[in-house]
Design a protein around this ligand. Sequence first.
Ligand code: SF4
Length: 323
Amino acid sequence: MGKRGIQYFTLSEIEPRIWFMLTGCDFRCKGCFRPARDGGGTLLSSEETLKRAEQACLKQYGKLPTKAMITGGEPTLDKEYLLALVKGLKEKGFEEIVLMSNGYEIGREENGNYASDLVDSGLTEAHIDIKAFSEDIHKWYTGKSNKPVLNAVRMLNDTGIELLIQTVYMPGIVDEKEIEQIAIFLSSLNHNIKYRINPFAPTFAFEEVTRRPTIEEMKLAYEVASKHLPNSIISRSCYREYPTPPAQETWITVYPDLTFKRRTIKDQEEDRISWLSHLKSKPRGEILRKLELNRDDFEYRQELEQAIRSFSPSPTNPNSNKK
Ligand code: SF4
């Protein structure tokens, strides 16, 4: 079995919960903002990964949490490693094991039924990105076909696992027309599937492929999607909570050598600034100036929050899937 690069583990301060940040990715999304995409970190086997994660949790919480999120980069690149990691988490008593993936490896025919193997190993939930419905847009944006991605969604849905599908609204590229096609496809599989639409954020995008969508565009995307999928939502986050995560100021980052560091959103920004500056061979000051120009303003965030609240599934709504 191979080893995977681990950038770090993240521990929540809101409740006992661990994220596994695996490095490397098979896509090259033009709007990617994740330094983990490019590999690096410490190479660990699944057993070593589990052992260090356990040590980190025991030190922070005094016990193992019941929730684990496996993300990256792309966590599915080594099937054997991922199945062993999921199985190991289940054996340790984790009750919610969530995978965040671009779906490509899961849906490749050569991988057999990766989806049901994951579920048999103990996976309880999957979050899959559908970057675009049109093959040409998907190829242009990610460098890969979307057929395996759509196949992965189909196969995961067939297992009955909890599923959340996500798309980033990119004006002029992946707009309401693409989103409606995705919603129709999802609805043909499962009318109750959860679907989340996030606005493109050019601030940290590897390439500024487009602008951020207006609030009106986001509302329209929601209206179009929710005609087909009652559990659609717009959000401001690509992370796990549905419809949107609670505000969080700091996280505990644990590096594979078990060094602990409390980090803020600013620290995460620093990682991205260094990554962009290094990859684009541009001085840090130049990257920073561009970031400031693109940063979401307060008013936009407020208006988006308002729209999100107005569209969020209500806890009293029987269709609500909010956790
Ligand atoms: S956005 Fe995600 S899938 Fe796309 S290149 Fe970045 S890490 Fe990979």
